[in-house]
Ligand binder design. Structure first.
Ligand code: ATP
Length: 441
Protein backbone atom coordinates (compact mmCIF):
# COMPACT_ATOMS: atom_id res chain seq x y z
CA UNK A 1 0.00 0.00 0.00
CA UNK A 2 1.27 3.47 -0.91
CA UNK A 3 2.81 5.58 1.83
CA UNK A 4 0.77 8.49 0.52
CA UNK A 5 -2.78 9.29 1.57
CA UNK A 6 -4.48 8.79 -1.77
CA UNK A 7 -7.82 7.32 -0.71
CA UNK A 8 -9.91 7.80 2.40
CA UNK A 9 -12.96 6.41 4.15
CA UNK A 10 -15.15 8.42 6.48
CA UNK A 11 -16.91 6.75 9.38
CA UNK A 12 -19.72 8.51 11.26
CA UNK A 13 -20.66 6.98 14.54
CA UNK A 14 -23.73 7.17 16.68
CA UNK A 15 -27.16 5.59 16.95
CA UNK A 16 -28.67 8.99 16.21
CA UNK A 17 -26.93 9.07 12.82
CA UNK A 18 -28.04 5.59 11.78
CA UNK A 19 -31.59 6.21 13.02
CA UNK A 20 -31.76 9.37 10.96
CA UNK A 21 -32.24 11.67 13.95
CA UNK A 22 -29.03 13.60 13.25
CA UNK A 23 -28.11 14.52 9.71
CA UNK A 24 -24.56 13.41 8.97
CA UNK A 25 -23.10 16.73 7.88
CA UNK A 26 -19.62 15.77 9.10
CA UNK A 27 -19.06 13.30 6.25
CA UNK A 28 -20.05 15.84 3.67
CA UNK A 29 -17.71 18.44 5.11
CA UNK A 30 -14.83 16.01 5.54
CA UNK A 31 -15.19 14.77 1.96
CA UNK A 32 -14.96 18.31 0.66
CA UNK A 33 -11.88 19.10 2.73
CA UNK A 34 -10.16 15.86 1.72
CA UNK A 35 -10.83 16.47 -1.95
CA UNK A 36 -9.53 20.02 -1.64
CA UNK A 37 -6.35 18.45 -0.31
CA UNK A 38 -6.13 15.91 -3.15
CA UNK A 39 -7.29 12.83 -1.22
CA UNK A 40 -10.16 10.88 -2.74
CA UNK A 41 -12.92 9.68 -0.38
CA UNK A 42 -14.06 6.27 -1.61
CA UNK A 43 -16.46 5.19 1.14
CA UNK A 44 -18.75 6.67 3.80
CA UNK A 45 -19.97 4.43 6.58
CA UNK A 46 -22.51 5.21 9.30
CA UNK A 47 -22.41 2.95 12.32
CA UNK A 48 -24.47 2.57 15.50
CA UNK A 49 -22.87 2.64 18.94
CA UNK A 50 -21.64 -0.93 18.60
CA UNK A 51 -18.04 -1.71 19.55
CA UNK A 52 -17.85 -4.88 17.48
CA UNK A 53 -19.24 -3.21 14.37
CA UNK A 54 -16.85 -0.27 14.69
CA UNK A 55 -13.81 -2.53 15.14
CA UNK A 56 -14.81 -4.78 12.24
CA UNK A 57 -15.37 -1.76 9.99
CA UNK A 58 -11.99 -0.23 10.85
CA UNK A 59 -10.30 -3.55 10.07
CA UNK A 60 -12.12 -3.92 6.75
CA UNK A 61 -11.50 -0.33 5.66
CA UNK A 62 -7.84 -0.47 6.63
CA UNK A 63 -7.32 -2.97 3.80
CA UNK A 64 -9.05 -0.70 1.28
CA UNK A 65 -7.85 2.86 1.96
CA UNK A 66 -4.81 4.75 3.22
CA UNK A 67 -6.72 6.96 5.60
CA UNK A 68 -9.81 6.64 7.81
CA UNK A 69 -11.45 9.59 9.51
CA UNK A 70 -14.02 8.82 12.19
CA UNK A 71 -16.30 11.28 13.91
CA UNK A 72 -18.32 10.76 17.08
CA UNK A 73 -18.28 8.27 19.91
CA UNK A 74 -15.53 9.90 21.97
CA UNK A 75 -17.77 11.22 24.75
CA UNK A 76 -17.75 10.05 28.36
CA UNK A 77 -20.84 7.84 28.40
CA UNK A 78 -21.38 4.11 27.97
CA UNK A 79 -22.44 4.52 24.35
CA UNK A 80 -19.17 6.24 23.37
CA UNK A 81 -17.16 3.28 22.13
CA UNK A 82 -14.68 4.49 19.52
CA UNK A 83 -11.59 4.27 21.77
CA UNK A 84 -12.49 0.72 22.79
CA UNK A 85 -13.08 -0.38 19.20
CA UNK A 86 -9.71 1.12 18.26
CA UNK A 87 -8.14 -0.84 21.10
CA UNK A 88 -9.69 -4.04 19.73
CA UNK A 89 -8.06 -3.38 16.37
CA UNK A 90 -4.66 -2.26 17.69
CA UNK A 91 -4.35 -4.75 20.53
CA UNK A 92 -2.38 -3.94 23.66
CA UNK A 93 -3.80 -2.13 26.64
CA UNK A 94 -5.64 1.06 27.51
CA UNK A 95 -3.59 3.74 29.27
CA UNK A 96 -4.50 7.02 30.89
CA UNK A 97 -2.91 10.00 29.14
CA UNK A 98 -1.78 12.44 31.79
CA UNK A 99 -1.57 15.48 29.56
CA UNK A 100 -5.11 14.87 28.28
CA UNK A 101 -6.45 14.38 31.78
CA UNK A 102 -4.92 17.70 32.80
CA UNK A 103 -6.37 19.39 29.69
CA UNK A 104 -9.88 18.04 30.41
CA UNK A 105 -9.64 19.20 34.05
CA UNK A 106 -8.47 22.63 32.87
CA UNK A 107 -11.33 22.79 30.35
CA UNK A 108 -13.87 22.31 33.16
CA UNK A 109 -12.06 24.71 35.49
CA UNK A 110 -11.98 27.43 32.86
CA UNK A 111 -15.79 27.23 32.94
CA UNK A 112 -15.98 27.27 36.73
CA UNK A 113 -16.86 23.56 36.95
CA UNK A 114 -15.23 20.47 38.39
CA UNK A 115 -14.49 17.51 36.12
CA UNK A 116 -16.78 14.57 36.87
CA UNK A 117 -15.32 11.08 37.29
CA UNK A 118 -17.22 10.02 34.18
CA UNK A 119 -15.06 12.28 32.02
CA UNK A 120 -11.89 10.48 33.10
CA UNK A 121 -12.41 7.88 30.39
CA UNK A 122 -11.89 10.58 27.78
CA UNK A 123 -8.22 10.74 28.78
CA UNK A 124 -7.77 7.06 27.94
CA UNK A 125 -6.12 5.82 24.78
CA UNK A 126 -4.85 2.54 23.44
CA UNK A 127 -1.11 2.50 24.21
CA UNK A 128 -0.32 2.47 20.48
CA UNK A 129 -2.48 5.55 19.79
CA UNK A 130 -1.76 9.27 20.18
CA UNK A 131 -4.10 11.88 21.61
CA UNK A 132 -5.21 14.89 19.57
CA UNK A 133 -5.94 18.03 21.59
CA UNK A 134 -9.48 19.43 21.46
CA UNK A 135 -9.48 23.13 22.41
CA UNK A 136 -13.28 23.42 22.00
CA UNK A 137 -14.57 20.51 24.09
CA UNK A 138 -13.79 17.73 26.51
CA UNK A 139 -13.29 14.92 23.99
CA UNK A 140 -9.70 14.69 22.71
CA UNK A 141 -9.25 12.90 19.41
CA UNK A 142 -7.13 9.84 18.69
CA UNK A 143 -4.61 8.98 16.01
CA UNK A 144 -3.22 5.53 15.23
CA UNK A 145 -1.55 3.54 12.49
CA UNK A 146 -3.33 0.24 11.95
CA UNK A 147 -1.45 -2.99 11.19
CA UNK A 148 -2.03 -2.58 7.42
CA UNK A 149 -0.30 0.83 7.47
CA UNK A 150 -3.62 2.68 7.11
CA UNK A 151 -3.84 5.70 9.40
CA UNK A 152 -6.93 6.54 11.40
CA UNK A 153 -7.95 9.81 12.97
CA UNK A 154 -10.86 9.72 15.43
CA UNK A 155 -12.47 13.11 16.01
CA UNK A 156 -15.41 14.13 18.21
CA UNK A 157 -18.90 14.36 16.69
CA UNK A 158 -19.91 18.00 17.27
CA UNK A 159 -18.99 19.86 14.07
CA UNK A 160 -17.67 22.90 15.95
CA UNK A 161 -15.12 20.66 17.67
CA UNK A 162 -14.42 18.31 14.76
CA UNK A 163 -13.75 20.96 12.10
CA UNK A 164 -10.99 22.92 13.88
CA UNK A 165 -9.33 19.64 14.91
CA UNK A 166 -9.29 18.50 11.30
CA UNK A 167 -7.73 21.79 10.22
CA UNK A 168 -5.08 21.91 12.94
CA UNK A 169 -4.19 18.22 13.32
CA UNK A 170 -5.34 16.17 10.36
CA UNK A 171 -4.80 18.47 7.40
CA UNK A 172 -1.12 19.17 8.24
CA UNK A 173 -0.48 15.42 8.63
CA UNK A 174 -1.87 14.38 5.28
CA UNK A 175 0.86 12.88 3.13
CA UNK A 176 0.07 13.97 -0.38
CA UNK A 177 1.77 12.54 -3.40
CA UNK A 178 3.76 15.38 -4.99
CA UNK A 179 2.33 16.54 -8.28
CA UNK A 180 -0.95 14.64 -7.89
CA UNK A 181 -4.34 16.24 -7.39
CA UNK A 182 -8.10 15.67 -7.25
CA UNK A 183 -10.12 18.59 -8.61
CA UNK A 184 -13.88 18.85 -9.08
CA UNK A 185 -15.99 21.27 -11.04
CA UNK A 186 -19.75 21.42 -11.46
CA UNK A 187 -22.14 23.05 -13.89
CA UNK A 188 -25.81 23.47 -12.98
CA UNK A 189 -28.62 23.17 -15.49
CA UNK A 190 -32.33 23.82 -15.65
CA UNK A 191 -34.89 22.74 -18.23
CA UNK A 192 -33.33 19.44 -19.26
CA UNK A 193 -33.98 16.06 -17.65
CA UNK A 194 -31.12 13.94 -16.33
CA UNK A 195 -31.62 11.33 -19.06
CA UNK A 196 -31.56 13.94 -21.83
CA UNK A 197 -28.30 15.31 -20.45
CA UNK A 198 -26.84 11.81 -20.19
CA UNK A 199 -27.90 11.08 -23.77
CA UNK A 200 -26.23 14.22 -25.11
CA UNK A 201 -23.00 13.61 -23.19
CA UNK A 202 -22.90 9.95 -24.14
CA UNK A 203 -23.43 10.66 -27.84
CA UNK A 204 -20.49 13.07 -27.71
CA UNK A 205 -17.71 10.55 -27.26
CA UNK A 206 -19.08 8.65 -24.28
CA UNK A 207 -18.26 11.47 -21.88
CA UNK A 208 -19.94 9.65 -18.99
CA UNK A 209 -17.89 6.44 -19.27
CA UNK A 210 -17.02 5.21 -15.77
CA UNK A 211 -13.34 4.82 -16.61
CA UNK A 212 -12.91 8.28 -18.06
CA UNK A 213 -10.70 10.94 -16.47
CA UNK A 214 -12.09 13.52 -15.81
CA UNK A 215 -15.08 11.45 -14.78
CA UNK A 216 -18.47 13.05 -15.38
CA UNK A 217 -21.69 12.33 -13.51
CA UNK A 218 -25.02 14.01 -12.95
CA UNK A 219 -27.16 14.60 -9.88
CA UNK A 220 -30.74 15.86 -9.92
CA UNK A 221 -32.23 17.86 -7.10
CA UNK A 222 -35.71 19.28 -7.49
CA UNK A 223 -35.69 20.54 -11.05
CA UNK A 224 -31.97 21.27 -11.24
CA UNK A 225 -29.53 18.80 -12.74
CA UNK A 226 -25.86 19.30 -11.94
CA UNK A 227 -23.10 17.94 -14.12
CA UNK A 228 -20.14 17.07 -11.91
CA UNK A 229 -16.66 16.61 -13.31
CA UNK A 230 -13.79 15.12 -11.34
CA UNK A 231 -10.17 15.04 -12.40
CA UNK A 232 -7.72 12.79 -10.63
CA UNK A 233 -4.08 12.69 -11.64
CA UNK A 234 -1.08 14.87 -12.37
CA UNK A 235 -1.63 18.43 -11.10
CA UNK A 236 -0.13 19.84 -14.27
CA UNK A 237 -2.92 18.47 -16.46
CA UNK A 238 -5.89 19.31 -14.25
CA UNK A 239 -6.90 22.77 -15.46
CA UNK A 240 -6.57 21.96 -19.17
CA UNK A 241 -8.54 18.71 -18.88
CA UNK A 242 -11.36 20.32 -16.90
CA UNK A 243 -11.46 23.43 -19.10
CA UNK A 244 -11.82 21.25 -22.19
CA UNK A 245 -14.64 19.24 -20.63
CA UNK A 246 -16.39 22.32 -19.33
CA UNK A 247 -16.36 23.85 -22.81
CA UNK A 248 -17.70 20.62 -24.31
CA UNK A 249 -20.50 20.34 -21.72
CA UNK A 250 -21.50 23.98 -22.18
CA UNK A 251 -21.62 23.48 -25.95
CA UNK A 252 -23.75 20.37 -25.63
CA UNK A 253 -26.21 21.78 -23.09
CA UNK A 254 -26.39 25.39 -24.29
CA UNK A 255 -28.54 27.84 -22.38
CA UNK A 256 -29.67 25.14 -19.92
CA UNK A 257 -26.38 25.75 -18.08
CA UNK A 258 -27.09 28.61 -15.71
CA UNK A 259 -24.21 28.49 -13.26
CA UNK A 260 -21.12 26.78 -11.98
CA UNK A 261 -19.80 26.20 -8.47
CA UNK A 262 -22.21 27.17 -5.71
CA UNK A 263 -24.29 29.74 -7.60
CA UNK A 264 -28.05 29.19 -7.40
CA UNK A 265 -30.60 29.69 -10.17
CA UNK A 266 -31.92 32.79 -8.41
CA UNK A 267 -28.38 34.19 -8.17
CA UNK A 268 -27.77 33.50 -11.86
CA UNK A 269 -31.02 35.29 -12.81
CA UNK A 270 -30.23 38.25 -10.59
CA UNK A 271 -26.72 38.51 -12.04
CA UNK A 272 -28.13 38.70 -15.58
CA UNK A 273 -30.69 41.33 -14.60
CA UNK A 274 -28.02 43.32 -12.76
CA UNK A 275 -25.83 43.37 -15.90
CA UNK A 276 -28.78 44.72 -17.82
CA UNK A 277 -29.71 47.17 -15.05
CA UNK A 278 -33.17 45.61 -14.81
CA UNK A 279 -35.37 44.90 -11.81
CA UNK A 280 -37.80 42.19 -10.75
CA UNK A 281 -40.94 41.84 -8.67
CA UNK A 282 -43.06 38.79 -7.86
CA UNK A 283 -46.74 37.99 -7.26
CA UNK A 284 -47.21 34.64 -5.57
CA UNK A 285 -50.19 32.59 -4.58
CA UNK A 286 -49.71 28.83 -4.00
CA UNK A 287 -45.97 29.17 -3.34
CA UNK A 288 -46.67 31.35 -0.31
CA UNK A 289 -43.51 33.43 -0.61
CA UNK A 290 -41.09 30.67 -1.64
CA UNK A 291 -40.10 32.46 -4.81
CA UNK A 292 -39.33 35.65 -2.90
CA UNK A 293 -37.43 33.55 -0.40
CA UNK A 294 -35.23 31.93 -3.09
CA UNK A 295 -34.51 35.36 -4.50
CA UNK A 296 -33.72 36.99 -1.17
CA UNK A 297 -31.49 34.05 -0.19
CA UNK A 298 -29.02 35.71 -2.53
CA UNK A 299 -27.01 38.29 -0.64
CA UNK A 300 -27.21 41.71 -2.26
CA UNK A 301 -30.43 40.97 -4.14
CA UNK A 302 -31.99 44.31 -3.23
CA UNK A 303 -30.50 46.18 -6.18
CA UNK A 304 -32.51 43.95 -8.54
CA UNK A 305 -35.40 42.61 -6.46
CA UNK A 306 -37.99 45.27 -5.75
CA UNK A 307 -40.29 43.06 -3.65
CA UNK A 308 -43.54 41.26 -4.13
CA UNK A 309 -47.05 40.26 -3.13
CA UNK A 310 -48.32 37.16 -1.48
CA UNK A 311 -51.87 37.26 -2.79
CA UNK A 312 -53.38 34.03 -1.58
CA UNK A 313 -57.04 34.98 -1.71
CA UNK A 314 -58.92 36.17 -4.77
CA UNK A 315 -59.70 39.37 -2.89
CA UNK A 316 -55.99 40.09 -2.37
CA UNK A 317 -55.27 39.41 -6.03
CA UNK A 318 -57.99 41.88 -6.96
CA UNK A 319 -57.21 44.53 -4.36
CA UNK A 320 -53.38 44.51 -4.52
CA UNK A 321 -52.71 43.63 -8.13
CA UNK A 322 -55.88 44.78 -9.88
CA UNK A 323 -56.78 41.30 -11.17
CA UNK A 324 -60.28 41.81 -12.70
CA UNK A 325 -62.99 40.33 -10.46
CA UNK A 326 -64.69 38.93 -13.56
CA UNK A 327 -61.84 36.41 -13.95
CA UNK A 328 -62.77 34.55 -10.77
CA UNK A 329 -65.38 31.80 -10.83
CA UNK A 330 -67.20 33.39 -7.89
CA UNK A 331 -67.94 36.41 -10.08
CA UNK A 332 -70.76 34.37 -11.57
CA UNK A 333 -69.57 35.05 -15.11
CA UNK A 334 -70.34 31.91 -17.07
CA UNK A 335 -66.95 31.60 -18.71
CA UNK A 336 -64.80 32.91 -15.83
CA UNK A 337 -61.42 31.14 -16.05
CA UNK A 338 -60.96 30.93 -12.27
CA UNK A 339 -58.07 31.81 -9.91
CA UNK A 340 -55.82 29.07 -11.32
CA UNK A 341 -55.71 30.08 -14.95
CA UNK A 342 -53.52 31.64 -17.61
CA UNK A 343 -55.63 34.80 -17.45
CA UNK A 344 -55.15 35.30 -13.72
CA UNK A 345 -51.42 34.48 -13.93
CA UNK A 346 -51.10 37.15 -16.63
CA UNK A 347 -53.10 39.72 -14.67
CA UNK A 348 -51.04 39.04 -11.54
CA UNK A 349 -47.71 39.49 -13.35
CA UNK A 350 -48.89 42.59 -15.17
CA UNK A 351 -50.36 44.01 -11.96
CA UNK A 352 -47.13 43.42 -10.02
CA UNK A 353 -45.10 45.08 -12.73
CA UNK A 354 -47.46 48.03 -13.00
CA UNK A 355 -47.61 48.68 -9.25
CA UNK A 356 -43.91 48.08 -8.52
CA UNK A 357 -42.52 49.68 -11.65
CA UNK A 358 -40.10 46.77 -12.08
CA UNK A 359 -38.67 45.71 -15.46
CA UNK A 360 -40.00 42.17 -15.03
CA UNK A 361 -42.61 40.51 -12.84
CA UNK A 362 -43.14 36.81 -12.24
CA UNK A 363 -46.45 35.39 -11.06
CA UNK A 364 -47.46 31.98 -9.80
CA UNK A 365 -50.96 30.63 -9.29
CA UNK A 366 -51.70 26.95 -8.86
CA UNK A 367 -53.25 24.09 -6.96
CA UNK A 368 -50.69 22.75 -4.46
CA UNK A 369 -53.18 20.27 -2.99
CA UNK A 370 -54.15 18.02 -1.42
CA UNK A 371 -57.60 19.60 -2.03
CA UNK A 372 -58.68 22.23 -4.52
CA UNK A 373 -58.72 20.24 -7.75
CA UNK A 374 -61.41 21.27 -10.26
CA UNK A 375 -62.47 19.53 -13.47
CA UNK A 376 -59.67 19.85 -16.01
CA UNK A 377 -57.28 21.20 -13.36
CA UNK A 378 -55.92 18.45 -11.14
CA UNK A 379 -53.74 19.01 -8.08
CA UNK A 380 -50.33 20.13 -9.32
CA UNK A 381 -51.72 22.43 -12.02
CA UNK A 382 -49.68 25.63 -11.94
CA UNK A 383 -49.68 28.67 -14.21
CA UNK A 384 -46.63 30.93 -14.23
CA UNK A 385 -46.55 34.35 -15.80
CA UNK A 386 -43.71 36.60 -16.86
CA UNK A 387 -44.48 40.21 -17.71
CA UNK A 388 -41.95 42.70 -19.00
CA UNK A 389 -41.23 45.50 -21.39
CA UNK A 390 -41.46 44.93 -25.13
CA UNK A 391 -43.07 41.48 -25.20
CA UNK A 392 -46.50 40.00 -24.65
CA UNK A 393 -46.82 38.50 -21.17
CA UNK A 394 -45.60 34.91 -21.31
CA UNK A 395 -47.63 32.21 -19.61
CA UNK A 396 -46.66 28.60 -19.12
CA UNK A 397 -48.74 25.83 -17.64
CA UNK A 398 -47.29 22.96 -15.64
CA UNK A 399 -48.57 19.61 -14.43
CA UNK A 400 -46.49 19.00 -11.32
CA UNK A 401 -46.51 16.14 -8.84
CA UNK A 402 -49.33 15.73 -6.36
CA UNK A 403 -47.21 16.34 -3.26
CA UNK A 404 -47.91 19.77 -1.79
CA UNK A 405 -44.39 20.76 -0.87
CA UNK A 406 -42.96 19.37 -4.13
CA UNK A 407 -45.50 21.37 -6.16
CA UNK A 408 -44.51 24.54 -4.34
CA UNK A 409 -40.75 23.92 -4.74
CA UNK A 410 -41.06 23.06 -8.42
CA UNK A 411 -43.29 26.03 -9.10
CA UNK A 412 -40.89 28.53 -7.52
CA UNK A 413 -37.97 27.10 -9.51
CA UNK A 414 -39.98 26.90 -12.72
CA UNK A 415 -40.72 30.62 -12.38
CA UNK A 416 -37.01 31.35 -12.10
CA UNK A 417 -36.38 29.01 -15.05
CA UNK A 418 -38.85 31.01 -17.15
CA UNK A 419 -37.03 34.19 -16.29
CA UNK A 420 -33.66 32.56 -17.02
CA UNK A 421 -34.65 31.35 -20.49
CA UNK A 422 -36.15 34.74 -21.26
CA UNK A 423 -33.01 36.67 -20.33
CA UNK A 424 -30.78 34.29 -22.31
CA UNK A 425 -33.11 34.63 -25.32
CA UNK A 426 -34.00 30.96 -25.48
CA UNK A 427 -37.56 30.72 -26.74
CA UNK A 428 -37.56 27.04 -27.62
CA UNK A 429 -36.68 25.06 -24.49
CA UNK A 430 -39.75 23.50 -23.00
CA UNK A 431 -39.48 23.27 -19.24
CA UNK A 432 -39.74 20.03 -17.31
CA UNK A 433 -43.37 19.16 -16.50
CA UNK A 434 -44.62 21.88 -18.82
CA UNK A 435 -47.88 21.13 -20.68
CA UNK A 436 -49.87 23.08 -23.25
CA UNK A 437 -52.04 25.91 -21.97
CA UNK A 438 -55.17 23.81 -22.52
CA UNK A 439 -53.68 21.13 -20.28
CA UNK A 440 -52.81 18.61 -22.98
CA UNK A 441 -49.37 17.04 -22.80
P1 ATP B 1 -19.14 14.75 22.83
O1 ATP B 1 -18.43 14.20 23.97
O2 ATP B 1 -18.87 16.22 22.64
O3 ATP B 1 -20.60 14.38 22.80
P2 ATP B 1 -18.69 12.69 20.85
O4 ATP B 1 -17.47 12.41 20.06
O5 ATP B 1 -19.12 11.66 21.82
O6 ATP B 1 -18.46 14.10 21.51
P3 ATP B 1 -21.25 12.25 19.77
O7 ATP B 1 -21.81 12.06 21.15
O8 ATP B 1 -21.14 11.06 18.89
O9 ATP B 1 -19.85 12.95 19.85
O10 ATP B 1 -22.07 13.37 19.05
C1 ATP B 1 -22.33 14.59 19.70
C2 ATP B 1 -23.19 15.47 18.83
O11 ATP B 1 -22.44 15.89 17.69
C3 ATP B 1 -24.40 14.79 18.21
O12 ATP B 1 -25.50 14.79 19.06
C4 ATP B 1 -24.64 15.64 16.98
O13 ATP B 1 -25.35 16.80 17.30
C5 ATP B 1 -23.25 15.99 16.56
N1 ATP B 1 -22.78 15.03 15.56
C6 ATP B 1 -22.25 13.82 15.77
N2 ATP B 1 -21.91 13.21 14.63
C7 ATP B 1 -22.29 14.04 13.64
C8 ATP B 1 -22.23 13.98 12.21
N3 ATP B 1 -21.71 12.92 11.57
N4 ATP B 1 -22.70 15.03 11.51
C9 ATP B 1 -23.21 16.10 12.15
N5 ATP B 1 -23.29 16.23 13.49
C10 ATP B 1 -22.84 15.21 14.23
Amino acid sequence: MSTYHRTAAIVSQGDEIVLGQTLDTNSRWLSGRLMDAGVLPVEHVSLPDDRGAIAATLTRLSERVNLIICSGGLGPTADDLTRFALLDVLGGEMVEDEASLAAIRAYFESRGRVMGELNRVQAQRPRAAEMIANPHGTAPGLFARLPSGCEVFCLPGPPREMMPMFESHVRPRLRLEPGRTVVTRSLHTIGLGESEIAARLTRAGDMMARTRNPSIGTTASQSIVSVRMRYEGASAGAAAALDADERAVRDLLGSAVFADGDQTLAAACLARLRERKQTLSVAESCTGGLLGSLITDVAGSSDVFVGGWLTYSNEAKRRDLGVPAALFSESGAAAAPGAVSAEVAAAMAEGARRVSGSSFALSITGIAGPGGAVPGKPVGTVFIGLAGDGFATKIRRFAMSSDRSAVRDWAARAALAMLWFHVVDDTTTRLLREVRLDGSA
